[in-house]
Design a protein around this ligand. Sequence first.
Ligand SMILES: NC(=O)c1ccc[n+]([C@@H]2O[C@H](COP(=O)([O-])OP(=O)(O)OC[C@H]3O[C@@H](n4cnc5c(N)ncnc54)[C@H](O)[C@@H]3O)[C@@H](O)[C@H]2O)c1
Length: 361
Amino acid sequence: MTIDRPLRWAIIGAGGMGRWHVNALLKRTDIQVVAACDVNPQALDALPEGVARFADWRPLVETVELDGASVILPHHLYPEVVCALLHRGVHVLKEKAFARSLEDAVTMCRAAKETGRQLVVAGQHKFKASFVATQEHLGELGDIFLTRASILYRSRAIVDEGRWGWRGTRRLSGGVAIVDSGWHILELVTLLRGVPDRVIASTGQMRVSAGEYDVDEQGALILEYPDGGIGVVLASFVTTPSEVRVTLHGKRATLDADLQAERVTLVRGAESQGVPLGEVTDPAVRMYDLFLESIATGQPSPGAWSQAVQVQRVIEAAYLSAARGSVPVALAEVPAALTPYPSPRGTRSGTAARGEGPEHL
Ligand SMILES: NC(=O)c1ccc[n+]([C@@H]2O[C@H](COP(=O)([O-])OP(=O)(O)OC[C@H]3O[C@@H](n4cnc5c(N)ncnc54)[C@H](O)[C@@H]3O)[C@@H](O)[C@H]2O)c1
């Protein structure tokens, strides 16, 4: 699809993380933001005059001619909004996580497949120069027998003040540590190591934050890969120091990627050297560049739904494992067709019927 004018764009959900997208979009000359929606009118204040403002996304989707849209909403709203846009022929870039559940993710994948529109899950770390360099140096490691990865930070508003909003209700968010902050790190690990055979997970039992909530505050995952390698992933949004890090231990070398510091180190025996990074661009610029390229060429960009659904399967397996008391869950048990959401820890849940894999969506 070649369009020799700025693409007509909408932003749905302009508060919170939406502000990051508003800033990125308003700087571009190849995108014209023509409409925006938020239930909170103040969230639309940053938009210039001339942008059509909506409090309800439905009339926006029904009446505005669009090429693309950025959707940044509470997780439970994604399937309806994203599917409506796709069915109107609009390419969609949505914030991570893909979905609160695999069922929601599959609903959106089906719409993308049926309509042939691009559907991409944002998540800035995969667009960073340090991650691109990590991908480029994978071949120097030999067989990767151990992967260590973590995403840690502390949300003061939630931990100290108990201001959970929609995040604290699992029915709305799907969870927090594993599916929300964990999305970032599990996506990176999946892009580097592929889909594991089995997942073992625990979300612990200790409540750390103030307020009412029924979601996970931290998650510890063990991933077992078909080649015999293992991975250990930690996700927590209730502790410091902040960290976004992946370390890959291979038979020939170790690669340590600090995504926060944008620093990658290659270690061979006792020798350690910094890996030169390519151009360090704003990940938002690179993300939208690649999304527009995917619209023009029809080729999927990083975060495309076909990749993202694999991450969602790992997350589904992790929550199933945690709910069952940290028993191993085979990925074969969580085909993309699985629908029920796991019930609370200690009860048997998730009628994990064997069935079609994501390739059969
Ligand atoms: N990539 C990142 O680092 C990052 C960071 C934070 C959040 N996120 C993701 O961004 C998304 C939003 O999270 P957030 O923290 O910004 O949430 P938020 O609650 O701060 O903001 C959500 C926005 O959506 C608006 N909204 C709610 N219901 C709406 C509706 N029915 N129609 C229109 N607007 C509506 C709210 O008014 C608010 O402005 C989530 O998917 C989250 O996981 C990503």
